[in-house]
Design a protein. Structure first.
Length: 384
């Protein structure tokens, strides 16, 4: 466990859980004061899971504290280490849900949509709403169209789309749209690259062995495909994939350097786009900036060109990060609602560039507010 918190309090300004409760023990520096004495609980006696759960529910996994910290201390990583040292059966359930049960996600969404609220216990309401968001809704109107600029020539290096778990299991049309756009831009697109989970959520759960397995699988696929560019349309997946280059023993020095230049946000690959905004586009759309884009968000400037009235929300985090959905779905839902409250009343349509953020905000959106991934609101210019 990396120590050295100076208790400066900079993390208080960026922690979404602290913003929700305004209590010191909910801030990253408070969690460190609580957890560091628990480090080395004892090799013979496992730490009681109730303590781990109570600590785990205090973190959204957004890693904003690490960015604000002068020493770059990550409370999210600290919690992952605690969970890894003191495993619990719920972690293995999470592993099965992420890596094995993906084909069941659409069924879970449909069943949840059929279940009446009147019969739902209050303690299960937020979990049910999350499941409902997995069900595919009606088609969204197109807000703008794209085409490559005249004279655009795509680089010769092939591109493979890294879909992530959400798109692979419940939103395959996002992958289809990404492939369509890349082909229109002239890229050589590798069909069905067969990547698996990025491993980010497994890391937060303290399932380091499972995380290493999916990382190794993805690296092997990348090499087998000829080391293509990886086009990623989920900010959380890209954040996790970026970390592969620094994972000890996963890539050699040359491959790590190539990997760093290979993992790209999809919108960054659509250079020189000629954009036509359509009448269906709202006058004041909201933009939720995913925590994991940080200062390198390629989606926001891309969308601002098409949607001049785009308004960024003022809240910190939607509450989807880490494993908060598993450890405390109610706090996760409260963070999501707090996030939506950070938009002006005129923003009735919210767009984002993270699969998890899309599902989270859709699950808590009030009537009359819609949430979309930007791939749902864009089409190629007719005739391309």
């Amino acid at each position: 466990m990396k120590r050295g918190c100076t208790q400066c309090g900079e993390c208080l300004n960026v922690c979404p859980v602290f913003a929700l409760f305004k209590r010191e023990e909910y801030a990253p520096k408070g969690k460190r004061l609580l957890m560091e004495p628990l480090d080395g609980w004892g090799s013979e006696e496992p730490m009681p899971w109730k303590i781990i759960r109570d600590l785990s529910r205090l973190c959204a996994g957004c890693e904003r504290c690490k960015k604000a910290c002068a020493r770059k201390l990550s409370t999210s990583d600290l919690l992952a280490e605690v969970r890894a040292s003191h495993p619990h059966w719920s972690q293995y359930v999470w592993d099965i849900w992420i890596r094995r049960a993906g084909p069941l996600w659409p069924t879970a969404g449909r069943l949840a949509s059929m279940f009446p609220d009147a019969l739902t216990p209050e303690a299960l309401q937020s979990s049910l709403d999350t499941a409902r968001a997995m069900a595919d809704s009606a088609e969204t109107q197109t807000w703008f169209t794209l085409r490559p600029s005249p004279g655009w020539a795509a680089p010769s290096r092939p591109v493979a789309v890294f879909s992530g778990c959400t798109a692979r299991n419940i939103r395959p049309r996002w992958t289809e749209k990404a492939n369509q756009l890349l082909r229109a831009w002239g890229y050589e697109v590798i069909e069905r690259p067969d990547f698996t989970c990025c491993g980010g959520t497994l890391h937060h759960a303290g399932m380091f062995k499972a995380q290493a397995e999916v990382q190794q699988r993805n690296v092997e696929r990348w090499k087998a495909l000829g080391k293509p560019v990886l086009a990623v349309f989920c900010a959380s997946c890209k954040h996790s994939l970026d970390g592969y280059a620094d994972q000890e023993g996963l890539l050699d020095e040359n491959d790590a350097a190539l990997w760093r230049t290979s993992v790209r946000g999809l919108s960054a690959l659509l250079e020189g786009a000629v954009i036509r905004t359509l009448p269906a586009a709202p006058a004041t759309p909201g933009y939720h900036q995913p925590c994991h884009w940080g200062d390198n968000d390629p989606d926001r400037p891309f969308l601002q060109r098409a949607l001049p009235g785009l308004t960024r929300g003022t809240a910190l985090c939607c509450g989807m990060g880490g494993i908060l959905k598993m450890s405390d779905p109610d706090i996760s839902a409260r963070l999501g609602k707090n996030c939506l409250a950070g938009f002006p009343e005129a923003c009735r349509s919210i767009v984002t560039g993270c699969s998890g953020c899309t599902m989270q905000l859709a699950s808590v959106a009030p009537e009359g507010v819609s949430v979309h991934h930007w791939l749902d609101i864009v089409e190629l210019e007719p005739g391309l």
